[in-house]
Design a protein around this ligand. Structure first.
Ligand SMILES: NC(=O)c1ccc[n+]([C@@H]2O[C@H](COP(=O)([O-])OP(=O)(O)OC[C@H]3O[C@@H](n4cnc5c(N)ncnc54)[C@H](OP(=O)(O)O)[C@@H]3O)[C@@H](O)[C@H]2O)c1
Length: 308
């Protein structure tokens, strides 16, 4: 039976509404896929070096951001220093590594040579002011300085020996102090540069046995802020990286491999750091990606400080 004019009118109106819903649904889907496609292009397929784990920073994703730059890494023959020198060389930098051991230095420089042969070793002892002066002369045209070399003879305060105390302050504070004082001026004269100091979470936490060591690195964190202010107007940025427990040969054998792994298991990320993970943070601060960052301490510790 035919409906009234009023009922037919309502049906026609509903049919039209149905068309509207069909079209709106289609647009919803189109929007969804459009946004997902844009997200895929903009985020998923964009190389994100800074979030990659160190084992995937191979030749494919290097972007040569240190091409035409010269970098000095103290203590660059081993551990965190070597990992940093390797990443810098891979990114196109001409790298100078400094340290006391000629043998370790020559071996490391040869290994770095595989990234274009622009690496050399300079023998230098940071405890010796004359040696620091020579290093400044021989590496006078650096764009990047990584103050990484460090001594870490740990001891409870009551058992701290005077010699080890002096070794700590001469290597970790006095040497880098006068090296930086000279090289920052030279960087400024060449138009600017970037300095990264390597400190430790022991400068921020109370860790038994690290009183003298931690205080040398706390001094370096203080210097980082003062230098950032003193040298900022000269175009020289100064920052620090504070590593947590990092699996380097010398520290592992000093603490004992098993005990060190146990310490690593207790931090929120549940493991020790690889030297390359610290090096990535150093590279970021040294690079122009951190062009507005100065006077800061970047803690790279798997969450250890956050836990306390
Ligand atoms: N591994 C960790 O868990 C950890 C944690 C926090 C902070 N850090 C810091 O990270 C930095 C690197 O340590 P690492 O773990 O990589 O240990 P590492 O392999 O022993 O590195 C220390 C480097 O410093 C050099 N060095 C020591 N005394 C020197 C001196 N008087 N003059 C010149 N160079 C000297 C050593 O080379 P030569 O012996 O040939 O001179 C060595 O290459 C240190 O500053 C350390 O305090 C390490």
């Amino acid at each position: 039976m035919a409906g009234s004019a009023r009922t037919n009118g309502r049906r026609t109106w509903r049919r039209q509404l149905h068309w509207f819903y069909d079209i709106a649904w289609f647009y919803d889907i189109a929007w969804f896929y459009g946004i997902a496609w844009l997200y895929d292009i903009a985020v998923v397929n964009t190389p994100r070096r800074h979030v990659m784990s160190p084992d995937v920073t191979d030749g494919k994703d290097r972007i040569m951001e240190f091409r035409d730059r010269k970098a000095l890494v103290t203590g660059g023959a081993t551990g965190i220093g070597f990992a940093t020198a390797r990443l810098l060389a891979r990114e196109g930098a001409e790298v100078v590594i400094a340290g006391r051991s000629e043998e370790a230095g020559a071996k490391a420089a040869a290994a770095l040579g595989e990234y274009g042969g622009r690496a050399r070793f300079l023998q230098a002892d940071l405890r010796d002011p004359e040696s620091v002066r020579r290093l400044v002369e021989e590496a006078s045209d650096m764009d990047v300085l990584v103050n990484n070399a460090g001594a870490f003879p740990f001891a409870p305060t009551a058992e701290q020996g005077l010699d080890a105390f002096q070794q700590l302050f001469e290597t970790n504070v006095r040497g880098p102090f006068f090296l930086t004082a000279a090289l920052a001026q030279k960087m400024a004269a060449r138009g600017g540069g970037s300095i990264v100091n390597v400190t430790t979470i022991a400068a921020q936490r109370g860790i038994p046995g690290t009183a003298a060591y931690g205080s040398t690195k706390a001094a370096v964190e203080s210097l980082t802020r003062t230098w950032a202010v003193e040298f900022g107007g000269l175009g020289v940025r100064v920052n620090a990286v504070a590593p947590g427990h990092t699996r380097t040969q010398n520290v592992s054998s000093m603490i004992g491999e098993e005990s060190f792994e146990r310490i690593g298991a207790e931090v929120p990320l549940g493991r020790l750091a690889a030297p390359e993970e610290i090096a990535e943070a150093i590279l970021f601060l040294a690079s122009s990606r951190a062009s507005y960052v100065t006077g800061t301490v970047l803690t790279v510790d798997g969450g250890a400080v956050a836990l306390t």
